[in-house]
Design a protein around this ligand. Structure first.
Ligand code: SF4
Length: 201
């Protein structure tokens, strides 16, 4: 049975790709390596949702919580924010390809190829480039074909479905229009500066 290391961004996006790969006879192992998900509790919610999916579909997941380092992620995006998705994909796919090679998997891929909101061709190109550079074979499949099935199943199972891609930038974009609204209640007057011993909460 061929073994694939599949990078996983969240639970809902894993459902259709895992089913498709299992139907092709693959033994699927997931890799949850996503330092791009902010803040930490959102990272944890997506991780826990994935654990639920893995239990239901019967596959293992390697959780790289020890490499959840948003500071390093922000540093590596610094001054290239306009092209941040490329670097964000590259970081996660490089890690997956490296682990697949060392773990002697037959190939690697990513559930990022499932989402209609991601830059599909960019992800596929990065995977092919990594394979060409001698990491490990890259398995390309257009998992978007299972888009509706994945959504329906995740809702049916009550799996947490996130509302933004992951990073703080994408969270800001989600709420960008909120600042067009005036504050709910206008306040005037001087600020109260907390004194030593005051409760800052
Ligand atoms: S929008 Fe998504 S893919 Fe792009 S940098 Fe942010 S987390 Fe990464």
């Amino acid at each position: 049975m061929p073994r694939i290391l599949l990078h996983m961004c969240c639970g809902p996006c894993a459902i259709a790709p895992v089913r498709a790969l299992q139907a092709r006879g693959f033994e699927v192992t997931g890799l949850y390596y996503n330092p791009n998900i902010h803040p930490l509790m959102e990272y944890k919610r997506r991780r826990d949702a994935l654990a639920e999916v893995s239990a239901r579909l019967g596959f293992k997941v390697i959780y790289k919580d020890d490499e959840y380092d948003p500071q390093a992620w922000f540093r590596s995006m610094s001054f290239r924010e306009d092209n941040r998705c490329f670097h964000c994909y590259a970081m996660r796919l490089e890690r997956t390809a490296g682990m697949a090679r060392r773990g002697k998997f037959d190939c690697f891929s990513s559930t990022l190829l499932y989402s209609k909101f991601q830059k599909h061709e960019m992800i596929a190109g990065l995977g092919r480039d990594l394979a060409a550079a001698g990491s490990c074979e890259f398995l390309y499949q257009d998992f978007r074909e299972g888009w509706k099935e994945g959504i329906a199943t995740s809702k049916d199972w009550g799996i947490y479905r996130q509302q933004y891609c992951g990073c703080l930038y994408s969270e800001n974009e989600r709420y960008a229009r909120e600042l067009d609204e005036p504050p709910a209640t206008a306040t005037t007057g001087a600020l109260t500066i907390p004194q030593d011993g005051d409760d800052h909460a």
